[in-house]
Write a protein of this length. Structure first.
Length: 320
């Protein structure tokens, strides 16, 4: 009996140690970046493919991506969906099927939270009425239930896409009456009301990668791991008070190598506040958490029927 109890105690102790080592984000935090990983939320039947992480006025997470479904002749259907999650627990409260196939590249909510503007990745074709237009980048407006109000196309010759498939910065005007997508669209009708390019302020802007970046008056030294050569663009997110900026650098690399790096700086002083090196492929998106001093990233999922993914929270360097 004593030997049996001792065995149970050893097993429980080993299990507890294993849990302590694994933490919320996998084995020793997946080795790299584990110390700052605070939580992980599962995304069921949802793979994030672009800058499609936002929060609504109630502080909920709104996530755009693909629900991969079996298709004909061993092909997958990349069904575009938008899910709403509780930002504290990650529990999904709503999901909208957008009734089309494609890869969401950007997702933005209107200021009142009732409408969603989505642009497709320009390197792929969105399945919309009227047939495919491979030389256009599609932009659409939906309500929160996924009902499409209008769609339009921006020709590549007017707005050439970058290497990641982004052709323009998507955004709403402060009033919510205008959608900016290289040109300005009336949000109610989808009619073009301004034909010249109009920059829209975006707290999650994409920045050119380099040894130094300048999001404001101060130069920030982008201190990446040795040998880490990032993609040409960095994804960024500013803190709600505007004092800090989180930068996400990604790259291709082999198994076990660092594949993504998060750097968080004080904008005024340039001081590095937090650094996380991650050995998993991430989607090109980073978002400041609405309640916690943390940023949110999404693991890049596998294109396979029923594929899942994961959101991760990383400490922002001031309180977590």
């Amino acid at each position: 009996m004593t030997r049996a109890l001792l065995l149970v105690a050893l097993l429980l102790g080993a299990g507890g140690a294993g849990f302590a080592l694994s933490g919320p984000c996998g084995w020793v935090g997946r080795v790299a970046g584990g110390g700052g990983c605070l939580a992980a939320f599962a995304l069921r039947d949802l793979v994030v493919t672009g800058d499609a992480l936002v929060t609504d006025a109630q502080g909920r997470l709104v996530i755009g991506g693909i629900d991969y479904r079996p298709g004909r002749r061993d092909r997958l259907q990349a069904q575009m969906v938008v899910a709403t999650l509780d930002s504290a627990t990650g529990a999904e409260s709503a999901r909208a099927d957008l009734g089309m196939q494609g890869r969401p590249e950007q997702l933005r909510l209107s200021p009142d939270g009732t409408a969603m503007a989505i642009s497709c990745n320009a390197l792929y074709t969105c399945d919309l009425p009227g047939g495919s237009q491979p030389r256009e980048t599609r932009v659409m407006l939906f309500d929160r239930d996924g009902e499409r109000r209008w769609f339009a196309g921006i020709e590549h010759r007017h707005a050439p896409p970058d290497a990641d498939g982004r052709a323009f910065e998507l955004g709403f005007s402060p009033s919510g009456n205008v959608v900016f997508a290289h040109v300005a669209f009336d949000a109610a009708s989808g009619q073009v009301i301004l034909t010249r390019q109009h920059p829209s302020p975006d707290p999650n802007a994409r920045l050119p990668a380099g040894a130094e970046i300048r999001p404001g008056a101060t130069r920030l030294a982008l201190d990446l791991p040795d040998g880490f050569i990032p993609f040409l663009r960095l994804d960024s997110a500013r803190s709600p008070d505007g004092d800090r900026i989180a930068l996400l650098a990604r790259r291709f690399s082999g198994p076990g190598k660092i594949r993504a790096a998060i750097r968080i700086h004080d904008i005024a002083s340039g001081r590095l506040l937090a650094a996380h090196d991650i050995d998993r492929d991430l989607a090109p998106a980073i978002l400041w958490h609405p309640q916690r001093d943390a940023v949110i990233v999404a693991l890049a999922g596998t294109p396979a029927a029923g594929a899942d993914s994961e959101l991760r929270l990383y400490a922002a360097g001031a309180g977590e």
